[in-house]
Design a binder for this molecule. Structure first.
Ligand code: PMP
Length: 409
């Protein structure tokens, strides 16, 4: 790539020089979790050697230093997604935690018996199950936007669902599918819902590391993502929520930090964002999530997106030349994921053989069982790419799949 010096970038990721089963590691499981650059690893070490202390409650030096770092990180996150206010960015454990927060809290305030929540056929279990739990609890209905054989949302069907009843309370869909790589037309999805005054949550777990995010331009109401897929630490995540919604929503959990005043008779709650941040958080992860963002910002998300797209087109075309191989998810708009099955083979057998060659892919249903059912398959082999992958690694994958198939068929 003329925009990215990938060989130089790879040196920033110490884990990429490991060998696996005697072969150089080819890491193609970036959608499950990304690897971490040295700057993030150093930030974690720096936290424990220079900053470690509990936040928000201490008068002493270290507590103030940790609090400052935590709040600076929140500011960086807000800037990264262009939030209007820092306090609209809540620290969470990850995407799953963020979606559960909205399902519980927004659900408690706004969802009544007979109401409707809309999701889509390509959702991750973490954007299905919280809504099922809510709907069961409230006597509400869960409706699903169907998809076509290419793995694209049927927007006409979505419009019908929006207009079918006047009780739709929320639309919650993924921006980019973790199993298919489909990039959904989220701006249109949001605009259509807003025509009817319905808020939208975007599961951005697979989006923030691949496309530029501007929550104000999207006018999205809630957006959830995970730090560990964004070159940051595990246990870090962000739920963005528009102030107007968060102010109307009750706390998700009760405990320290989220209170203004407690008596046994009644407790009053803290202001945003603290109302939603009960208990000692993962301070290290909250601080270091922005080290991942800094790294990505330095490369530039546009350059990253373009390079990853080139890799995806290249590897998809090569894979499709393999007899009996079927790519699952052939949407016109895709990012960084190629999922496939090969006639006469089981995905996990291919995965095990690739591992022997040092190639890490994911196999199975990828936490999207209803989607696998739609395609009539038990699972796929999924290669998920990042900017630290190379064309040579794409060739190694294609060659590895050919060798695996030759052994299995
Ligand atoms: N949604 C999507 C689309 C995902 O890919 C994932 C992670 N596989 C999640 C949600 C859940 O993220 P986490 O496990 O970090 O909470």
């Amino acid at each position: 790539s003329i925009l990215l010096d990938v060989e130089k970038i790879r040196k920033d990721f110490p884990i990429l020089s490991l060998t696996v089963n005697g072969k150089p590691l080819v890491y193609l499981d970036n959608a499950a979790t990304s690897q971490k650059p040295n700057s993030v690893i150093k930030a974690i070490e720096h936290y424990y050697t220079h900053q470690n202390s509990n936040i928000h409650r201490g008068v002493h030096f270290l507590s103030q230093r940790a609090t400052e770092a935590y709040e600076v990180s929140r500011k960086k996150v807000a800037k990264f997604i262009n939030a209007a206010h820092d306090h609209e960015c809540l620290f969470t454990k990850g995407t799953t935690d963020g979606i559960n927060l909205v399902a519980f809290s927004y659900g408690k305030q706004f969802v009544k018996p007979g109401d409707t929540i809309i999701i889509s056929a390509m959702e991750h279990h973490s954007n299905i199950v919280p809504w099922q739990i809510l709907c069961e609890d409230r006597g509400a209905n869960l409706k699903v936007i169907p998809i076509n054989e290419k793995g694209e949302l049927l927007i006409e069907e979505y419009k019908k669902l929006l207009n079918e009843d006047n009780n739709v309370k929320l639309v919650s869909v993924c921006w980019i599918s973790n199993s298919l790589g489909t990039v959904n037309p989220v701006k249109e999805i949001i605009a259509l819902a807003h025509e009817k005054g319905i808020p939208v949550l975007l599961d951005a777990a697979q989006a923030v590391q691949h496309v530029a995010v501007d929550v104000q331009d999207l006018d999205v109401d809630f957006l959830a993502f995970s730090g560990h897929k964004l070159y940051g630490p595990t246990g870090s995540g962000i739920l963005y929520g528009k102030e107007k919604w968060l102010n109307q929503m009750p706390p998700y959990q009760g405990g320290g930090d989220m209170i203004k005043h407690v008596t046994f008779a009644k407790t009053t709650y803290n202001e945003l964002p603290f109302k939603f941040e009960a208990g000692t958080p993962n301070i290290e992860a909250g601080i270091c999530i922005s080290a991942g963002l800094d790294y990505l910002n330095e490369l530039g998300i546009e350059a990253v997106a373009q390079y990853e797209h080139e890799l995806l087109e290249y590897v998809t075309a090569k894979l499709q030349e393999i007899p009996g191989l079927r790519v699952i998810g052939t949407a016109d708009q895709k990012a960084s994921v190629v999922s496939f099955i090969v006639e006469g083979t089981h995905p996990s057998d291919i995965g095990v053989l690739l591992d022997k060659m040092g190639i890490a892919v994911r196999t199975g249903h990828h936490c999207t069982q209803p989607l696998m059912e739609f395609f009539g398959i038990p699972g796929t082999v999924r290669a998920s790419l990042a900017f630290c992958n190379t064309k040579q690694e794409m060739d190694q994958l294609v060659d590895g799949v050919k060798r695996a198939v030759a052994m299995l068929v």
